[in-house]
Design a protein around this ligand. Structure first.
Ligand SMILES: C[S@@+](CC[C@H](N)C(=O)[O-])C[C@H]1O[C@@H](n2cnc3c(N)ncnc32)[C@H](O)[C@@H]1O
Length: 299
């Protein structure tokens, strides 16, 4: 890990299971070559990284994650590759991209199943935890700050914009009436009790969109993605590929336009690649995944 990482965790306590999404499609898309150098901008549990390292001989990998627990877990899971991997604790938007360095770059966006399964991180409304939702625990803003301090109009605005929540105003009003709200389940209950029964018992939990919006705001996810899309292409060698997996339409839109508008890139996926029915059956998280691929032009 780089020096800016914090006290290492007790690795025995870290279990990080994450089935890599669209793995065959990512590896084919990257066209991993022997001796190549690849960047995994979101190493998470290291599932995709391992596949990249196994796809050809003598592959070198630079692995980023802004979450120190994820990075520690990846370090442990990928220990057998030794100095073929350099681990860096960093937001991919803050990473200094060196021109003409990588044969391929991968970003698999969002949170991992690990985040959702760790109640104390506050990402899930299924477990009671304090309202945190920071991927990078060094950042000051938490979901509790947003929920308890932002005014009603601002809350409604982010629920609508980042959660595409139709009942954003009604939900914001209820939150303001009920606050302070300290836990994930208090927030989820406040939302569930102010929406119509059809919504309350629908296909997804009525708090899903609000939780998505809060996560995006707390981690400044869309801004980071925009910066990444601007900066990353120059770090590819000519002919190098960039592969990005997104999980909701706001991200996918940015990826689609960012790749298309980069003067350095040629887009290889007219339509995004999505998971097969078989993959969805084995890994429900892949249901909403969209993979887009572009190649750096030969100058
Ligand atoms: C979907 S998981 C990646 C899973 C990984 N591909 C695997 O196979 O195990 C996304 C990871 O990216 C990290 N992440 C999300 N946004 C990030 C950003 N802006 N910069 C760096 N890491 C980020 C999260 O902390 C999380 O560990």
């Amino acid at each position: 890990m780089t020096p800016d990482s914090q006290t290492p965790l007790d690795l025995e306590t870290v279990t990080f299971s994450h089935i890599p999404v669209l793995s065959r499609e990512v590896i084919e898309g990257l066209t991993v070559r022997p001796g190549g150098h690849y960047l995994d901008a979101t190493v998470g549990g290291g599932g995709h990284s391992r596949l990249i390292l196994e796809a050809a001989a003598d592959v070198q990998l630079t692995a980023l994650d802004q979450d120190e627990d994820a990075l520690a877990a990846a370090q442990k899971n990928l220990a057998e590759y030794g100095d073929r991997i350099q681990f860096i604790l960093s937001n991919f938007a803050a990473y200094k991209f060196t021109p003409n360095t990588f044969d391929g770059i991968l970003a698999d966006l969002g949170v991992s199943s690990y985040h959702l399964d760790q109640p104390e991180r506050g990402f899930s409304f299924r477990h009671t935890a304090s309202l945190d939702m920071r991927m990078d625990k060094r950042q000051p803003l938490t979901a509790a700050d947003v929920i308890n301090e932002w005014d009603e109009a601002e809350l409604a605005d982010i629920f609508f914009k980042y959660g595409e929540e139709r009942l954003s105003r009604r939900i914001a009003r209820r939150i303001v009436e009920k606050r302070p709200l300290h836990t994930t389940t208090e927030l989820a209950d406040a939302i569930a009790t102010c929406v119509p029964p059809k919504y309350r018992y629908g296909r997804i939990h009525p708090a899903t969109r609000v939780f998505q919006a809060l996560r995006i705001v707390v981690n400044d996810e869309l801004k980071s993605l925009e910066t990444f899309l601007e900066q990353a292409p120059k770090a590819l060698v000519p002919g190098g590929r960039i592969t990005i997996i997104s999980f909701h339409s706001l991200e996918d839109r940015l990826v689609k336009h960012g790749l298309r508008n980069s003067p350095l890139l040629q887009v290889l996926t007219k339509k995004p690649i999505t998971a097969s029915e078989e993959e969805i059956a084995n890994n429900p998280r892949s249901r909403s995944a969209k993979l887009r691929i572009a190649q750096r032009k030969q100058e």
